[in-house]
Design a protein around this ligand. Structure first.
Ligand SMILES: Nc1ncnc2c1ncn2[C@@H]1O[C@H](COP(=O)(O)OP(=O)(O)OP(=O)(O)O)[C@@H](O)[C@H]1O
Ligand SMILES: O=C(O)[C@H](O)COP(=O)(O)O
Length: 397
């Protein structure tokens, strides 16, 4: 359990409560294309409304690099949040985020009102965690609530710096839920505990592999990163993703797994293509036998079977990173097979955010998983065993 004070430990009646959320959602032409992060923020907001607080929401969106970028305004989020909450979320349009407009909007709030500030990254200090903006944010509120799990791996003004200038800094329900699920899965798993890692690069998952290899019973490695293992074992990988500098590392991990009695499963076959496109010619070959001019873009059918069997009897499964280029339908089969296996198992299934969460939701298995993290980088750093600054900064119980 997370040992931080939460919204259940404070009385916000009549108080101004600044709530840091992660509303960094994908926007296409001003339309939100994935609203999971908005929906996930609702329980905390509703609790604070019903307790009679004056709720001031804030978040970053994209990377405007310290200046107002109209396409990265949070205005569309206020509109959608109003619909989801069934109550107006007033947007405090303000290029300075905490300028005259925002201050006036806050001054006019009544108990139970909700407003949303402009994109915190319109301010250059935000990502440098510089005091001026932390103080500005703190000046708006009596109490600070951090519910932005997706941003917890960053130490910025709106989630870390501000805690120096408020007396009360607690976490929200989403933060609690994320840490409880991910923390329990990794540190106190019901066994067998299986971790499935995929995605593009070994280099971005090294610390995760190193942390998890000490904890899991079975480690499954698929996706683009598996070709580095295949090459390291003497195979040919054609034009597949390869990080030649990591071949020795791959061999070290195989040895470590063996010494620890951890089952490390790698693909035995792979779907290869003669071009990086959905319409490319494709065929299935054994792993390590990819001819020149071809590249591996998905796990093969034999591998699917082995990976899915490994999940069947698991009690806890953590999955981070797709098994192939799932964005191209012709190479999504392996990722879909694993998603389905997770949907069918009785195990506790935890999906580390980012692309894996997108894949599971896109394939329609979202509601079959125990927990889908709203954090991409944050869940990865958590799985690496790192302390997240956004969590550490809240008041201890
Ligand atoms: N065999 C492959 N060849 C090339 N790219 C691949 C292959 N397998 C997976 N990928 C790509 O890897 C990408 C995801 O990798 P990444 O390491 O970012 O995963 P993730 O950890 O789920 O995402 P995030 O970092 O957002 O949390 C996808 O875009 C996918 O197309
Ligand atoms: O989407 C995310 O992973 C978080 O919102 C953090 O965003 P960032 O990578 O731009 O800091």
């Amino acid at each position: 359990m997370l040992n931080k004070k939460s919204v259940d430990d404070i009385n916000v009646k009549g108080k101004k409560v600044l709530v840091r959320c992660d509303f960094n959602v994908p926007l296409i032409n001003g339309k939100i294309t994935d609203e999971n992060r908005l929906v996930a923020a609702l329980p905390t907001i509703k609790k604070l409304i019903s307790d009679g607080g004056k709720i001031i929401l804030c978040s970053h969106l994209g990377k405007p690099k310290g200046q107002p970028v109209p396409e990265l305004s949070l205005a569309p989020v206020a509109v959608r949040l109003s619909e989801l909450l069934g109550q107006e979320v007033k947007f405090a349009a303000d290029p300075e985020v905490v300028g005259a407009n925002a201050k006036e909007a806050v001054a006019n709030m009544k108990d139970g009102d909700v407003i949303l500030l402009e994109n915190t990254r319109y301010r250059a200090e935000e990502t440098k965690n510089e005091d001026a903006f932390s103080k500005d944010l703190a000046s708006l509120c009596d109490v600070f609530v951090n519910d932005a799990f997706g941003t917890a791996h960053r130490a910025h003004c709106s989630n870390v710096g501000i805690t120096k200038y408020v007396d009360t800094a607690v976490v929200g329900y989403l933060m609690q839920k994320e840490i409880d699920f991910l923390g329990n899965a990794v540190n106190n798993p019901e066994r067998p505990f299986v971790a499935i890692l995929g995605g593009a690069k070994v280099s971005s998952k090294i610390s995760v592999i190193e942390n998890l290899i000490d904890k899991v019973d079975t480690l499954i490695i698929g996706g683009g990163m598996s070709y580095t293992f295949s090459k390291a074992q003497g195979g040919t990988v054609g034009n597949s993703l390869l990080e030649a500098d990591y071949c020795q590392y791959a061999l070290d991990m195989l040895k470590k797994a063996q010494e620890k009695g951890v089952k490390l499963l790698l693909p035995v076959d792979t779907v290869i293509a003669d071009d990086f496109s959905n319409g490319a010619n494709k065929k299935v070959v054994k792993s390590g036998e990819i001819p020149d001019g071809w590249q591996g873009l998905d796990i093969g059918p034999e591998t699917e079977k082995i990976f899915c069997d490994a999940v069947k009897d698991a009690k806890t499964v953590v999955w981070n990173g797709p098994m192939g280029c799932f964005e191209m339908p012709n190479f999504a089969h392996g990722t879909e097979a694993v998603a389905k296996a997770l949907a069918d198992t009785d195990a506790v299934t935890i999906i580390g955010g980012g692309d894996s969460a997108a894949a599971v939701n896109q394939l329609g298995y979202g509601d079959k998983m125990t927990h889908i993290s709203t954090g991409g980088g944050a869940s990865l750093e958590f799985l690496e065993g790192k302390e997240l600054p956004g969590v550490a900064a809240a008041n201890d119980k």
